[in-house]
Design a protein around this ligand. Structure first.
Ligand code: GAL
Ligand code: CA
Length: 352
C-alpha cells in the first residue's frame, strides 16, 4: 500500500515537472532539459520552430552534443521573428557566451549580429543561411549548414535517372515530357529557392523535357502539402507524372493525399521524391511509395553547430579540436547524399 502511494506521488510530481518543462520551452525563455549545469559555459540557442520535422532531429543532435560540454539554453521561436529577437535579448542578458541561431526570417540576421557584436558575443547561424554580407560584417559570425544548390542538383539527378529507367510506364500521356507538380518550402528560404531551381534545371540538363503543371509553397509542412495535393489531384489527376517536394515532410503530405485518391494500390502509381531522409520517408521508400530522397544530415549539422558554439563560448578558435572545415564564406557545409532503396541504410544510420 505504502509503495503504491509513493509511486502515485512520484507520477504526479513527474507530470508536474513535465508540464513546467514543457511550458518553459514553449514560452521561449526556459533552458532546455539538456543543460542547467551553471559551471558549464552558457550557449544561447534558438530554433525557428520546434514543430518542424527536420529541425526536431537537428535539435535532438544539439542536445546530445551539448551534454557535459555547455549549458545549452534552447528556445522555440515559434515561427515568430519578433519573438526570436526578444529571446536573443534575454539570452544575452542571461549571460550567453555564444549564440547558435536558426533564424525565422533569413533577413533578420543583421539585427541579431548587431546585438551580438555590441557585446562581443560570437554567433553561429545554422540551417537558414544569412546573406554573405552579414557574415562578412562581423568576424565572430559563422554559418553551419549545407550547400543548398547541392540538394537540388542531387534531387534532379535522382529524378532523371528514375525517369529514364521507367518512362515506359511513367510517361502516362506518351508525349516524351515529364509533367510535374512541385511543392515548395518557405519562399525566400535559400534551401527552398535553390532546390526548386536546381532540381528542374538538372532534369533539363539531362536532356529530359519537362512541363510544370503546378507549383506552390506548402511551407515545409505535411498538412499544407496534403491540402495542395488534394486540389492538384482533383484538377489534373493522371496528368501528374511526378511529384517533386522540397522536403520529405511535404512529400509525406502528398503521399497521404495520393493514397486517398487510390494511388499506391493496384497499378495506380505516381513517383514522389523529397529531401531530408527523415525516418518516415525512409519507410515510404522501403514500401515503394517514394522513389527516393536526399539526405540532409541533421545529426552532423546539430553536432557542428554545438561544436563551434562551444569553442566560441570558451574563447577558442571555433574549429579547435574538431574536424570541421570553414569555406571562404565562414561556413561549415555538411554534404547531402542521394538515398534510394539501394542505399537506404545510409539514411537510417544518419538518423539513428
Ligand atoms: C531545410 C529542411 C526542411 C526544413 C527547413 C527549415 O533544410 O530540408 O525540412 O526543416 O530546413 O529551415
Ligand atoms: Ca508525359
Amino acid at each position: 500500500m505504502k509503495k503504491k502511494g509513493l509511486i502515485l506521488s512520484l507520477t504526479v510530481a513527474s507530470s508536474i515537472l513535465l508540464a513546467t518543462g514543457c511550458s518553459s520551452s514553449t514560452s521561449g525563455s526556459g533552458d532546455s532539459a539538456s543543460g542547467k549545469d551553471s559551471k558549464l559555459p552558457a550557449v544561447g540557442a534558438t530554433i525557428y520552430k520546434f514543430d518542424d520535422n527536420f529541425m526536431s532531429y537537428v535539435r535532438r543532435a544539439m542536445e546530445t552534443s551539448a551534454k557535459g560540454k555547455v549549458n545549452l539554453m534552447l528556445n522555440d521561436s515559434q515561427n515568430d521573428q519578433a519573438k526570436q529577437i526578444e529571446q536573443v535579448d534575454t539570452l544575452i542578458a542571461k549571460g550567453a557566451k555564444s549564440l547558435a541561431i536558426n533564424l525565422v526570417d533569413p533577413k533578420a540576421a543583421q539585427t541579431i549580429v548587431d546585438k551580438a557584436k555590441a557585446k562581443d558575443i560570437p554567433v553561429i547561424f545554422f540551417n537558414k543561411e544569412p546573406d554573405e554580407s552579414v557574415l562578412n560584417g562581423y568576424d565572430k559570425a559563422y554559418y553551419v549548414g549545407t550547400t543548398s544548390s547541392e540538394s537540388g542538383v542531387l534531387q534532379g539527378e535522382l529524378i532523371a535517372k528514375a525517369w529514364e529507367a521507367n518512362k515506359d510506364k511513367w510517361d502516362k500521356n506518351h508525349d516524351g515530357k515529364l509533367q510535374y507538380v512541385l511543392l515548395k518550402g518557405e519562399p525566400g528560404h535559400p534551401d527552398a529557392e535553390a532546390r526548386t531551381k536546381y532540381a528542374v534545371d538538372t532534369i533539363k540538363s539531362k536532356g529530359i523535357q519537362v512541363e510544370q503543371l503546378a507549383m506552390d509553397t506548402a511551407m515545409w509542412d505535411a498538412t499544407k502539402a496534403t491540402e495542395k495535393m488534394d486540389a492538384w489531384v482533383s484538377k489534373y489527376s493522371d496528368k501528374i507524372e511526378f511529384v517533386i517536394a522540397n522536403n520529405d515532410g511535404m512529400a509525406l503530405g502528398a503521399i497521404a493525399s495520393l493514397e486517398k485518391a487510390g494511388y499506391f494500390s493496384g497499378d495506380k502509381f505516381v513517383p514522389v521524391v523529397g529531401v531530408d531522409a527523415i525516418p518516415e520517408a525512409l519507410e515510404m521508400i522501403e514500401k515503394g511509395k517514394m522513389v527516393g530522397t536526399i539526405l540532409n544530415d541533421a545529426k552532423n549539422q546539430g553536432k557542428a553547430t554545438v561544436d563551434l558554439a562551444a569553442n566560441a563560448a570558451n574563447g577558442k578558435d571555433v574549429l579547435d579540436g574538431t574536424e570541421w572545415k570553414l569555406d571562404d564564406k565562414k561556413a561549415v557545409r555538411v554534404p547531402y547524399v542521394e538515398i534510394t532503396k539501394d542505399n537506404i541504410q545510409v539514411g537510417k544510420d544518419a538518423y539513428k
